[in-house]
Design a protein around this ligand. Sequence first.
Ligand SMILES: [Zn+2]
Length: 81
Amino acid sequence: MALNPDQLARFRSYMAEKLPDFRCFACGHDHFETGEIVAPLTILPDGTVPVRGDTNPELQVRCLHCGLMLHFDAHLIGLRS
Ligand SMILES: [Zn+2]
């Protein structure tokens, strides 16, 4: 799910408050784009993937210079309840 304008504003506010000097730790550039809110799959010890269960939604953020993908906790940012 891509961010709507309100979510994008919240993410930008979060970054300005918490990480005002944030730069890509791989290449040092500071140009990023947000992607989708995703929920990574959990693989159980027996190798199966549960169909239901708790997930921890993450916001994808991509460095536009080197392509490094970062994931931010969507709950902590305030994008998901
Ligand atoms: Zn980078």
